[in-house]
Design a protein around this ligand. Structure first.
Ligand code: ZN
Length: 141
């Protein structure tokens, strides 16, 4: 597995609207997409900085992963996502090296990407996401 670039950095925020305003007014960036990921109980907003994105994450339910993260650690950096050629292949490769996985199979993430998370207990505390574009004609639903 060798990532091509940092796809995005995920930031946990309490208030998506307020946070969007911060990134637009202070950094002069434009939020180009807001998307709710129902099964993750999260609403996301995206900004592009070169090849990398900022992904803001606001919880939509108090028992969701982002709500629990903020409860424990407060707002801030939630995860780093690396772009790889193929998430499934990358997962097998890191699993062979003994890295604990949160997702053993790729699943659909925001922006139509296939994603999977590695467990922070194996990654020196950094919640790590791998993502790739699904092969043409094989969009996950
Ligand atoms: Zn992410």
């Amino acid at each position: 597995m060798k990532p091509t670039h940092i796809e995005h950095i995920g930031l946990a925020v309490r208030n998506l609207e307020e946070s969007i305003r911060y990134w637009e007014e202070v950094f002069g960036l434009q939020c180009y997409r807001v998307e709710e990921i129902a099964d993750q109980k999260v609403k996301t907003a995206f900004f592009k900085i070169g090849d990398t994105k900022i992904e803001l994450l606001e919880a939509t339910a108090p028992d969701g992963p982002v709500a629990r993260f903020i409860e424990k650690k407060g707002e801030g950096v939630h995860h780093i996502a690396f772009a790889v050629a193929d998430v499934g292949t990358a997962l097998r490769s890191v699993e062979e090296k003994g890295i604990a996985l949160i997702d053993t199979q790729p699943r659909p993430g925001a922006e139509g990407l296939e994603i999977a998370f590695l467990h922070p207990k194996s990654t020196y505390g950094v919640l790590t996401e791998l993502c790739s574009k699904p092969p043409a004609g094989q969009q996950l639903s």
